[in-house]
Design a protein around this ligand. Structure first.
Ligand code: PGA
Length: 273
């Protein structure tokens, strides 16, 4: 049975003080059974969020994630953050977000190296993939995403099991749906989630073992109102939430809907399904 995961990507929002307060409130308002919750604040807020969550009983089940990590462990890289520095502050990390592909020129090759560094230090990666609107309209969405996966996971060809052990999660985020208020259709996102598992399974020996149990999240304008569209799909295991993750009522609604999905999965397993 795959888990249900709701990850909050706060992007470049919040100060440490704001972040601590928001994390405490969110933890209390989303404290439902069986949903894995993760908050990814800016780097400078990681410690504040970690400490705020540790200080409230509702925060104990909430993971902390970084939004990025450098592709080298250390060195002369002014302004950058290495994977080892995150240990103790975060247990998750987002890698390859489309805003970084767009604004920081991140390539699949670079993303592969970032993933390797994350896995080496024991961070759980959320790898983001997704097509542009023109690519979807040209019928190329699945091939674009498959190419992103192939490039981003190339660094694990010798040791795909390390990815499974690290608990790789893939977030399918169509670029045209991010921050636009326009979401994919649930059926299209579900088809892509299956295509993602198939593409990873096809990467070679050892990757097939990861593919079946791979959690795939949907991201792109997820709100409390839109969440059901995706969380009703058995192929989709949760959401990566941007704008709405800064709003307590939105997150409460999204996580409550995710809890229904988790309960349904548990019941199906109980029936031997
Ligand atoms: P959005 O962002 O929910 O604001 O569209 C999602 C993301 O970028 O992860």
């Amino acid at each position: 049975m795959r888990p249900v995961i709701i990850a909050a990507n706060w992007k470049m929002h919040t100060t440490p003080a704001d972040a601590a307060e928001l994390a405490t409130t969110l933890a209390g308002r989303t404290n439902v059974p069986d949903v894995e919750r993760v908050i990814c604040p800016p780097f400078v807020c990681l410690a504040a969020v970690r400490d705020a969550l540790a200080a409230t009983p509702a925060g104990l089940g909430v993971g902390v994630g970084a939004q990025n990590v450098h592709h080298e462990l250390s060195g002369a890289f002014t302004g950058e953050i290495g994977a080892g520095m995150l240990v103790g502050l975060a247990s998750w990390v987002i890698v390859g977000h489309s805003e970084r592909r767009r604004d920081a020129g991140e390539t699949d090759e670079l993303i592969s190296r970032k993933l390797q560094r994350a896995v080496e230090v024991g961070l759980r990666p959320i790898l983001c993939v997704g097509e542009q609107l023109a690519e979807r309209e040209a019928g190329m969405a699945e091939s674009v995403v498959a190419a992103q996966l192939g490039g981003s996971l190339a660094g694990f060809a010798e040791d795909p099991a390390a990815l499974g052990a690290a608990g790789l999660v893939v977030a399918y985020e169509p670029v045209w749906a991010i921050g636009t208020g326009r979401t994919a259709r649930g059926a299209d996102a579900a088809a892509m989630a299956e295509a993602i598992r198939q593409a990873i399974g096809g990467l070679g020996r050892g990757f097939d073992a990861i593919a079946t149990d791979l959690p795939v999240l949907y991201g792109g304008s997820v709100s409390a109102a839109a969440a059901g569209e995706f969380l009703a799909e058995p192929a989709i295991d949760g959401a990566l939430v941007g704008g709405a993750s800064l709003k307590v009522e939105e997150m409460a609604g999204i996580v409550a809907r995710a809890s229904l999905t988790a309960a349904g999965r548990r019941a199906a397993t109980g029936r031997g399904g």
